[in-house]
Design a protein around this ligand. Sequence first.
Ligand SMILES: O=C[C@H](O)COP(=O)(O)O
Length: 283
Amino acid sequence: FSTVNNNAPVTRRTYTELNMRQPIMAGNWKMNPATEADALNLANGFCALLNEMADTCAMDDKEGCTEVVLFPPFPFISKVKDIVAKNGISVGAQQVYYEDKGAFTGSVAASMVKSVGCEYVLCGHSERRTLFSDSDVNINSKVKKVLEFGMKPILCIGETQEEYDLKITKEVCAMQVSKDLAGVSKQEMKNVVIAYEPVWAIGTGLVCDAESANEVHKYIRSVLSKMYDDEVAQSMRIQYGGSVTPDSVDGLMAMSDIDGCLVGGASLYADKFARIVNFQPLE
Ligand SMILES: O=C[C@H](O)COP(=O)(O)O
């Protein structure tokens, strides 16, 4: 890990120059902030900081730079999109239901989030799995529904603390990948992103060390290679998530198989998330 100087000017090269898959940084606001006014302040503050940063990666040139996606709570999506879209930043939904419409009180359909401009949808986040009983079967239906509506699922997988202690991280990830992506075609996989999030690292401050995370990412690619082929495995973008901060992002992004981060807590601070988006690749 390099020592991070948060005030250092950021020198950027495009991901193609760095011979990387296009990095994707996502901010999952979860059930925050409390009001629309606070959400719009956060979005405005984040964009203002990106604009201040010289040669920033989030601007305009989506082909050449880091892709940035924000996941605000449903009620704030439209207005946040209005603020961030002009900076080349996309918005996504934190979850959808797999049915198209009907008597599902409290649920939100893929068509609805698509119609307000969502490009991405989180599927299988561990908080949905544990707190809202999202099963692999349901997650698979949601992934397919998101793809059907022309959006891109970010499939979240990862082991719990107990599974980590039992040293079955790889088995858990392989099982989740195979069940959650069952029936997804090779063509559709171009629109899928995977986020490896060890559950024990989420919101705990316990960031998985970069080398260990990278090993799991490589293993996930080997699973994808068996399910599909090498082309899918090597082109798939795999994010790391779990207590990512400005201090840990550079080391994570220096790893060969980590293509971005799914950030929770730190994405609620405009300055922290702007610094994460502007990670500094280690030479
Ligand atoms: O979706 C984001 C992940 O759950 C990570 O959250 P965190 O950065 O607060 O640990």
